[in-house]
Design a protein around this ligand. Structure first.
Ligand SMILES: Nc1ncnc2c1ncn2[C@@H]1O[C@H](COP(=O)(O)OP(=O)(O)O)[C@@H](O)[C@H]1O
Ligand SMILES: [Mg+2]
Length: 505
């Protein structure tokens, strides 16, 4: 058994695969240089040579100390290059850069399959390195996909130290590396690739001449932009806290019990890191509101994942997107990952399985596996209105710690919701007959209660008076709640939820 640790770090996934002699590995990353460094490190430990292939140069020896080496004649052609690799009989690692562009060719596919068989019993590994994930179905079993993790805080610290060294003695720049400033800068930068971080640091230095705790805000907002560009993640800073949520007492208790569950102290005490929670229930009853409130209550950053876009085949390669989203969330952890209206994503799932050759199903598979196996503190909050379109695997034990059913508010809860929304508009709830309002609002969702108050406010404004109980009652009478039109749907969801979920109130 190999118990010797190599260096202080835990073995990377890539190292494990190379040691286990996986013949074909697909590394998805924008960070070519970091991956090459890692490959070189692994090759050094295992006593292998590294070769790279580029369409522009063909096969050449790779060594960071060597600089660029002229490629072997006649190996620019991807198929000839693969044939060349087939003939090798020394332990080595071949890195095919940007090979995604050629991988759909029939002859390439066949040659790669032959190569996989040939290499299985040798000490040679072939790594396809590309920012784009492109795998023809014929190669799915042959290729092992590796997500190269984003830089750790240590990696980013190294970058920062290096920049600081380079600028030492330059009076125009100030970089503050005392531990508190450094922590803030690194907090703001995690989730970025090394290149992105370098650009953001440079931009900040150009803008302000400084990199100190004060500049963390700038780095943060740059990061938000970069994350937004992924197309499926959004960084949000909600204002809501638990005070803005009416009712849902049991849900709040559950959240409150886990408030400090991400702390070091909780780990030391032996508590497991909470995995996630699922809010199922009637539209407009506070599921999204609660997700936002948790972020403030637990004081954790909140990333919202757009499920519609996640599964849409229009957004470039959705499979890559989900992986990128996961790795961003993991690098920012502890963090809340809010998957809002996950049912909307699945509504398209059934129909799309015909049209996109299983991409959607693979995206779902990736997500499910990650939910099950993730070890880092990324707390997932998923919400859904419609149980009928959800694949049953999603709610199986082990994916979420708890499934809450959020029903229409009860009499008491409606009083609570009226008070919250009146107070929010600077009215004193004590001036209103809340019990009468609540009785009249039977069957109304929280969202609808809020709407009737707003609509009464409009009436009052127009009539140049202030709102009172009567005006809100009038507005209630004019509203036909969704629960009336959706009666059967709500009842069937309620029946499903019984025994399978925990009531939120
Ligand atoms: N329980 C509640 N307490 C206070 N406000 C609520 C409640 N439920 C809904 N609302 C109001 O309705 C809005 C929409 O509710 P939301 O949380 O988006 O519903 P959904 O369950 O469909 O996600 C909220 O932003 C909030 O203003
Ligand atoms: Mg919602």
């Amino acid at each position: 058994m190999e118990a010797v640790k190599t260096g202080t770090k835990k073995r990377s996934e890539l190292e494990v695969l190379i040691r286990a002699r996986y013949p074909l590995i697909y590394v998805v990353s924008w960070e070519e240089q970091r991956v090459m460094n890692e490959i070189e490190r692994i090759a050094h430990i295992l006593g292998k040579k590294v070769y790279e292939w580029k369409i522009s140069n063909g096969i050449a020896r790779y060594h960071s100390g060597l600089g660029s080496v002229e490629g072997k004649k006649g190996t620019k052609d991807p198929i000839l290059a693969l044939k060349e690799i087939m003939e090798v009989n020394e332990p080595c690692i071949f890195c095919l850069k940007d090979f995604h562009a050629f991988i759909k060719d029939n002859v390439v596919i066949r040659t790669l399959r032959d190569l996989a068989i040939k290499l299985r019993h040798t000490y040679t590994s072939v790594i396809i390195l590309s920012p784009i994930l492109e795998i023809p179905q014929e190669l799915e079993k042959e290729l092992t996909i590796v997500d190269f993790p984003l830089p750790t805080r240590e990696d980013l610290l190294e970058l920062l130290t290096q920049i600081s060294k380079e600028l030492k003695g330059n009076p125009n720049f100030e970089i503050d590396l005392n531990s508190e400033s450094c922590d803030k800068i690194l907090d703001a930068a995690v989730g970025l690739t090394l290149n992105e971080a370098e650009n953001v640091f440079a931009k900040t230095l150009v803008l302000t001449g400084k990199l100190t705790a004060n500049e963390a805000e700038i780095i943060y907002s740059e990061k938000k932009q970069i994350i937004r560009k992924t197309g499926i993640l959004d960084y949000i800073e909600p204002e809501e806290d638990l005070e803005s949520v009416g009712g849902l007492k049991r849900l709040k208790e559950w959240l409150s019990k886990r408030r400090l569950a991400f702390s070091e102290r909780a780990r030391a005490f032996g508590l497991p890191v909470p995995k996630g929670v699922f809010f199922l229930g009637v539209q407009g009853c506070g599921k999204s509101l609660c997700a936002k409130a948790v972020a403030n209550y637990w004081a954790l950053p909140l990333l919202r994942m757009d499920t519609g876009k996640l599964f849409s085949s229009f957004v470039g390669s959705s499979e890559l997107n989900v992986r990128r989203a996961i790795s961003i969330a993991e690098s920012i952890s502890p963090v809340l990952l809010w998957i809002d209206e996950i049912d909307k994503g699945f509504a398209g799932l059934q129909s799309s399985s015909y049209s996109d050759s299983g991409t959607t199903a693979r995206v779902f598979g990736t997500l499910i596996t990650w939910l099950q196996e993730k070890e880092v503190p990324v707390f997932v909050i998923a919400t859904a209105n419609d149980i009928d379109v959800l694949p049953p695997e999603l709610l199986r034990k082990g994916r979420f710690d708890e499934i809450f059913f959020v029903d229409l508010p009860t009499f008491e809860e409606r009083i609570d919701i009226f008070s919250i929304h009146l107070r929010k508009r600077n009215r004193d709830p004590a001036d209103f007959d809340l019990e009468r309002l609540s009785r009249a609002a039977e069957g109304f969702s929280g969202a609808e209660i809020e709407q009737t108050i707003i609509s009464a406010l409009y009436d009052a404004f127009e009539q140049e008076t202030d709102i009172d109980t009567e005006m809100i009652l009038k507005s209630l009478a004019e509203t036909y709640p969704l629960s009336a039109t959706m009666k059967e749907k709500i009842e069937s969801t309620r029946r499903w939820a019984m025994g399978r979920t925990r009531p939120a109130s």
